[in-house]
Design a protein. Structure first.
Length: 531
């Protein structure tokens, strides 16, 4: 999801002209382009990169077609006899014979696993509504879902603990203490050392080169890229390292390499809430119902910090008691913003103030079901790929003293940032810091559409504006009422993405409006319907 802020390791995002097709040599992978399908040949001892066809574990809807592969690449491309990495690939076929450059989807996190279901026995593509969400794009181009090396569904998998995909695993994870978490990470890291897994090779540049190798093995000269959240940083790195490969790019929730997401997190959270307060004050209905919104929200967070709010969450594995302290209460409100539900926050907090926790509980259940973080004894950071990327590319460059000062100065809006485990755990993970060149802005003439939500505190619009300054053929569109990952929240954003991929012209008039304000009246009706 989407980009995952290091101090919110429990908040995953859920959540898509020229050139053409060419053949690549048999010495590389033995690919044929029969009937518009890619056919990889498997076998030990073959050169890498290569593409191996595998049986699909997903069931496409009637009339749809799907192909599944494993991309085999080197862990370290400078060591041709070294470890191989196996990455799952799913190709959602065009409705008609593909004649246009495919769209590669790059997911967030780092550590998202789009081809792994969140619940046992379910279909990950159906769970993510992939077939409907990509229908417009697949009129005449394939959509290629690319796994992240080191994440779920790949080999090696860098996860250090049970994924939250079964009831027993959820129970085990909730019971882990902070000391136990530290011990698990130390043992996990030692295990990788014993297996000679080079964690420095699980990085954004390596992921970018995986994309180039995939295109090569598929026999594709040019691709389109759709990156979401951390996937936008991944996409930008592809554009930097392989500029000739990319025909067009759509970046949704932009996290450019020159930005350090941890440095100013409390201010970012505060500014998102200040935007909400301003929007409410400008709306007559919201202003009348919530004349003192700032003081009510801040008071609720302060009260929860003194005495946590107790609520029972109805989850798939049964009712679970939760205690929402200031940080967890803030997480629930930030989750509402992230999901495009900022307009409901005033009523949710006001209802809770009067003892009605139904809205808070509803979004807490959604957060816990999708991401976790509310029921564990402590915020957990077991995702090895996340640690490898963020401990290499973010934390070595944080001014710790300035960050601590920001936490103190921003009051309740610093609650979330102070829960970060990365300062303590990155030294345990032991990956080298990224070189300065990787942290420079990406300069590119690739036609690029950048999308942001006003209430996206994970990847705020200011970051996209900064990235766009270095992209000479780009356009940045902000969706006023939305949060993180606007394509799945706003029909206009989805239409804009699809249209841009078909005709990547940043100067073309928008097909719809992006400046629709928050609908406080509709939010009030929804809240009232609960009563």
């Amino acid at each position: 999801m989407n980009y995952l802020m290091p101090s919110q390791a429990m908040m995953w995002h859920k959540v898509s002209m020229a050139g053409g097709w060419i053949r690549v040599g048999l010495a590389a992978i033995l690919i044929t382009l029969a009937g518009g399908a890619w056919t990889g040949s498997a076998g030990a001892g073959q050169s890498v990169p290569r593409l191996e066809r595998e049986r699909c574990s997903f069931r496409p809807p009637r009339g749809e077609r799907l192909e599944c592969f494993v991309l085999v690449v080197l862990e370290n491309r400078e060591q041709p006899d070294g470890r191989e990495v196996r990455v799952k690939i799913a190709v959602l076929k065009a409705k008609r014979r593909a004649g246009a450059e495919p769209l590669f989807y790059l997911s967030g996190g780092p550590g998202d696993a789009p081809l792994v279901a969140t619940s046992p026995g379910t279909d990950a593509l159906a769970e993510g509504d992939w077939w409907n969400e990509t229908a417009g794009i697949r009129r005449h181009r394939d959509v290629v879902v690319v796994s992240e090396r080191g994440a779920g569904g790949t080999s090696p998998n860098l996860d250090c603990f049970d994924p939250r995909t079964s009831d027993p695993a959820k129970a085990r994870r909730r019971a882990v203490t902070e000391q136990q978490e530290r011990d698990i990470l130390v043992r996990c890291r030692a295990g990788f050392d014993k297996r000679k897994v080079d964690l420095s090779m699980y990085s954004t540049p390596a992921l970018a080169d995986d994309v180039a190798d995939l295109a090569k093995t598929m026999g594709v000269e040019r691709i389109n890229i759709y990156g979401v959240s951390y996937g936008t940083r991944w996409a930008l790195e592809v554009m930097r390292r392989h500029p000739e490969l990319v025909r067009a790019a759509v970046l949704d929730g932009v996290y450019p390499p020159e930005v350090n997401g941890e440095q100013n997190e409390p201010e970012i959270d505060r500014k998102a809430f200040e935007q909400l307060y301003a929007e409410c004050a400008a709306d007559s209905g919201c202003r009348e119902r919530h004349p003192n919104l700032r003081s009510v929200v801040e008071g609720a967070l302060e009260a929860a910090e003194r005495k946590p709010v107790e609520v029972t969450l109805q989850l798939d594995d049964g009712p679970q008691p939760a205690r929402l302290d200031g940080a967890k209460y803030l997480m629930v409100l930030l989750h509402m913003m992230r999901e495009g539900e900022a307009a409901l926050i005033p009523d949710a907090v006001a209802m809770a103030q009067h003892g009605d926790l139904r809205l808070i509980r509803m979004f807490a259940e959604d957060l816990e079901s999708s991401d976790g973080g509310l029921l564990e004894e402590n915020a957990q950071q077991f995702d090895g790929l996340y640690n490898s990327v963020e401990c290499r590319e973010t934390w070595p460059f944080v001014d710790r003293a300035a960050r601590q000062k920001s936490i103190e100065q921003n009051g309740v809006y610093g609650y979330n940032a102070r829960t970060s485990k990365s300062p303590a755990y990155c030294p345990l993970w032991r990956v080298p810091a990224a070189p300065a060149a990787e942290r420079q802005p990406v300069q590119s003439a690739v036609p690029t559409l950048l999308l942001s939500g006003t209430f996206d505190w994970l990847t705020p619009p200011a970051w996209a504006r900064d990235a766009a300054r270095h992209l000479s053929t780009s356009r940045h569109v902000v969706f006023r009422a939305q949060g993180h990952g606007v394509v799945v929240q706003d029909d206009c954003a989805a239409r804009l993405r699809d249209r841009f991929i078909e005709e990547p012209d940043p100067k073309r008039a928008l097909p719809c409006r992006s400046d629709t304000p928050l609908n406080f009246a509709a939010a009030y009706e929804r809240a009232r319907d609960l009563q």
